[in-house]
Design a protein around this ligand. Sequence first.
Ligand SMILES: Cc1ncc(COP(=O)(O)O)c(C=O)c1O
Length: 421
Amino acid sequence: MHKREFLKKAATFGLTVPFAWDAFARSFDEVSNLGPAELASEDAFWENIRNNYLLTPEYINLESGYYCMLPEPLLEKYISHIHRVNREHSHYMRKSLNKEKKQIIDRLAIESGCSPDELAITRNTTESLDLVINGIHWKKGDEAVMALQDYGAMLNMFRLMEERYGITLRKVSLPNDPQSDDEIVDLYRSQINEKTKLLMVCHMVNITGQVLPVRKICDMAHGLGVQVMVDGAHSFAHVRTSVRDLDCDYYGTSLHKWLSAPLGNGLLYVKKERIPELWPLLAEDKKEPGDIKRLSHTGTTPVHTMMGIVDAIDHFHMIGAQRKTERLRYLQRYWSDRVRDLPKVIMNTPRDPDRSCAIANVGIEGIPPKQLAQSLMDEFNIWTVGIDRPGVKGCRITPNVYTTTSELEALVDAITKLSHG
Ligand SMILES: Cc1ncc(COP(=O)(O)O)c(C=O)c1O
């Protein structure tokens, strides 16, 4: 089939045919000859994907940074898992759960580039990273390095360690438009000394979308004998992520963000040799010190949530990892390139396209972030979130695979009007 012909057909596919997973999967075969960069600007192709989401007509959703909604195919599968766990009850828990959990972990290990015995399923990034922060054997006087722009829950957990064990926290302030990787690496290096035990770094800063040079930071820190914990809440299934390539000691993410797994799914990676060094949060039955299961005991949980992970991975690969990254970056640049140099507009996201993907942050001189978010919603029907943090004052704008360029035109129009006062 000719490319244009397919794209036209694709645009109407979801509107005319009730959803079927297999048909949806087959529709991707037809574009297998097109490269990710070529597909990034093919709105008809992405319209086909959009048609699988039940989007509210009440506003334009540019707040996918909180979590990513499930498309209908994944929602249907998720509901079927709830039915199954309810129907099979304790028989499922006693006979099937462990086997299926192992299969899910095996798939996740492939996706994240590690060994299954270095990986645990958690409820979210907060649980994953707080488990590490709390699990380290801190001594009075130990130090940890992080950024003022890191996520609040982790900063709070470090504060607790400060109060409980007397550790010292050193915080860098990240520039919103760095000129080189070295600028960032040197910034973190400047806070390390012989007492430093752990460095926390975001793979993608959630409030600005900035992608940090994590591998280079890990190499620098390891050279100085410091462990690195990566907050990957926004990088997994968004930009290429392999924990082995990052060479970090710990990595945590929320699978309900960019993977679009059901709410309440997270992942924790702990480098093999670090596992015996951590205290668990909740005690597990006697296990070998190097067994990661020692760290992830939680009692009975809504296991159907976890069962949705493999479906989400399958769906992610149907779209294609590289295609998704290219489209998301295309969408961000589609609007940000149009407003970046307008008078009074302040972009809090790097100009260099390789330093961000879907997420960007925009402010307007003289308008507090909360008020800007309110105006976007009240006057233009655009849902975003206002961010007022050190060095970052503006609205976070997060499109997703279902976002159209005409929705982004509406955003550009709104920012242009608001910046003219
Ligand atoms: C950078 C970052 N870290 C951690 C989290 C916490 O994620 P969760 O609430 O899923 O635990 C978030 C949530 O948005 C985040 O953006």
